[in-house]
Ligand binder design. Structure first.
Ligand code: SAH
Ligand code: SF4
Length: 355
């Protein structure tokens, strides 16, 4: 999709054309200008030439797995970016662990959560993450971030006219807060009632703990959900797992999070991967209790999706770990992990990025 030339094409056109076109592109999700029936024919032809709407992508569907779809979107410069759609049967009162709000009036059969990328690759090189293993190629611009949502909206519309994207999580490839200007520009566009119109409460961003980003997002007047990748309860283990922890200590991160909570009054989710023999002992659980027993802190245990280096904790270990925390009064959930079959799960995006 290439709409850079839009303002050029619309020169001399009445002002209301922008509103009309925004609606076609970001609310009706047309994929061809011929569908924009209320525009003059000549304008449609010019738009088709100057602003092609096609999004080139490959979709990977796995027989027997109706829940998860992964797509590889090809960008203008030949690079590609991965994004995932997770479809969950909607159950009244039940929500995915990272979504806060569900509209109970809404009787559709599925909740659609999409996981989008903010960068191609990631420079932070966490040892458990397939994206990080491959290094960093470049930042995505806001249009490339938004395009991932438009892609899935078109996909869902084609499947069933009632379906739409409900939640958007920035948990794909990359560290959103190291691409802050384009990330926030995309968020505002996604949130804008005149364009994608997805409420900020339906958006979540996950950071490896970039405190500058946590400070900045606290100052935005947006109700986006914040998640912080914790994964260890001591700086020394965290540094082994996440090299960026050498720059941002746990104390720095908790200080930034507490300031964020003071300023916004919003909950913060801490993500904690469960890796066998690495961070899943009773001692780790006890340490976590001390760190997590604070108002508006939520802990989300994530079964580790194997990327080759570590083993996942067993189901039993995760259950016991969770019970220990629950008994101590910590607000804790376990993330359902979809899509590991097709390398679509978090931390497994783009193992073959440069191939
Ligand atoms: N860079 C950001 C956001 C993208 S990663 C961050 O690190 O938070 C999104 C989530 O996937 C993070 O919580 C990350 O720790 C998690 N993740 C990474 N590798 C994983 C793996 N192998 N299995 C499960 N989750 C993983
Ligand atoms: Fe980057 Fe997040 Fe993966 Fe770490 S977990 S390498 S920060 S994408």
């Amino acid at each position: 999709m290439k709409i850079k030339n839009l303002s050029q094409v619309l020169e001399g056109q009445p002002k209301y054309r922008y509103a009309q076109i925004n609606k076609f592109l970001f609310q009706d999700y047309i994929s061809d200008w011929s569908e924009a029936s209320s525009l003059p024919k000549k304008l449609r032809e010019e738009l088709s030439l100057e602003c092609p709407l096609e999004i080139r992508a490959d979709i990977l569907k796995v027989p027997g797995d109706k829940k998860t779809n992964k797509a590889l979107i090809y960008l203008e410069d030949g690079a590609s970016v991965e994004t995932v759609l997770i479809r969950q049967k909607a159950e009244k009162g039940k929500s995915a662990d990272y979504q806060e709000e569900i509209d109970l009036k809404d009787k559709r059969a599925f909740r659609n959560t999409i996981c989008i990328s903010s960068q191609i690759g990631c420079a932070l090189g966490c040892s458990f993450c397939a994206t990080g293993e491959n290094g960093f190629l470049r930042n995505l611009n806001s249009a490339e971030i938004v395009e991932q949502i438009v892609f899935w909206q078109r996909f869902l519309k084609k499947e069933n006219k009632q379906e739409k994207v409900d939640n958007v999580v920035f948990m794909g490839m990359g560290e959103p807060f190291l691409n802050y200007p384009e990330f926030i520009k995309a968020v505002k566009f996604i949130n804008n009632p005149e364009t994608l119109n997805i409420g900020a409460r339906r958006l979540s961003v996950s950071t490896a703990g970039i405190t500058e980003g946590i400070k900045k997002i606290a100052g935005e007047k947006l109700q986006i959900n914040l998640a912080v990748s914790l994964h260890a309860t001591t700086d020394s283990l965290r540094q082994k797992l996440m090299p960026i922890a050498k720059k941002y200590s746990l104390a720095d991160i908790f200080k930034a999070v507490d300031d964020y909570i003071k300023k916004t009054g919003r909950r913060v989710m801490f993500e904690y991967l469960m890796i066998k023999g690495v961070n899943d002992s009773q001692k780790d659980a006890e340490n976590l209790i001390l760190l997590m027993k604070r108002p508006l802190y939520l802990l989300n245990l994530i079964p580790y999706n194997p990327t080759g280096r570590f083993q996942p904790s067993s189901r039993e270990t995760i259950d016991n770990f969770k019970s220990t925390l629950e008994r101590a009064g910590v607000a804790v959930t376990v993330r359902l992990s979809f899509g590991s079959e097709i390398s679509a799960a978090c931390g497994q995006l783009k193992k073959n990025m440069f191939k």
